[in-house]
Design a protein around this ligand. Structure first.
Ligand code: SF4
Length: 210
């Protein structure tokens, strides 16, 4: 029997949120075929099981249909962004797309979720993500260590405030790089943040951008 793998399929970061067109859903169903399974994850990705030898072809055709394709498992997930209800410019659609392109699919010690909200109402729940970004008028606040799982969930805590658009991608990548370098085995990001401390992360990220 053919080896099967899982790929992560998602809609692009866009005004309106996590929307797929009927044509995109047909493309997914047609390419995956009747043998494949599709799992709806709680983090804005569909996990599709496909034959390993067709990975490249299927990924290319899904991208042609306007979808994003990333590895599943121990990676940074696609950006979990809000609906940009205040409009693309006001809510920061461009920078959210840049963050998504920079982080989605990076191999990490444990699965890592990055959340983005275009205003302080935070309807995408950024403080319940491993890394959270909130747009505050013309600057951004960066949070780390949120964990909604278990009976003792925790909110992400503020690492840096007043970040500019130019700071944002390097700051988020620095957090991910530091986690990859110093995590113990498969340590969850929230545990890692508690162990190394928010103060330490503040210093590490500050040095990168200032
Ligand atoms: S976080 Fe703000 S801009 Fe984004 S959908 Fe929610 S209310 Fe709208």
């Amino acid at each position: 029997m053919d080896e099967r793998i899982k790929i992560a399929v998602s809609s692009p970061v866009q005004v309106g949120g996590n929307i797929m067109s009927p044509e995109q859903l047909v493309a997914i169903g047609t390419l995956i075929g009747p043998e494949g399974k599709i799992e709806i994850t709680p983090f804005r990705q569909l996990y599709a099981e496909i034959p390993a030898h067709r990975e490249r072809e299927i990924a290319e055709r899904l991208r042609e249909a306007g979808l994003e394709v990333n590895p599943s498992g121990f990676t940074t997930k696609s950006l979990i962004a809000c609906n940009f209800c205040k409009g693309a410019e006001e809510a920061g659609l461009d920078i959210a797309r840049q963050i998504d392109a920079a982080v989605a699919g990076i191999p990490t010690p444990a699965p890592l979720k990055v959340g983005y909200a275009g205003c302080a109402l935070g309807t995408s729940e950024p403080l319940l993500k491993d890394i959270g970004i909130v747009k505050m008028r013309n600057t951004f606040d960066l949070y780390a260590g949120g964990d909604p799982k278990g009976i003792k969930p925790s909110f992400a805590r503020l690492v840096l405030t007043g970040l500019t658009e130019q700071d944002l991608v390097p700051a988020v990548l620095k957090l991910i790089d530091y986690y990859k370098e110093y995590a113990k085995g498969k340590e969850k990001f929230s545990k890692f943040v508690n162990r190394v401390s928010i103060e330490r992360l503040f210093l590490i990220v500050s040095r990168t951008i200032r």
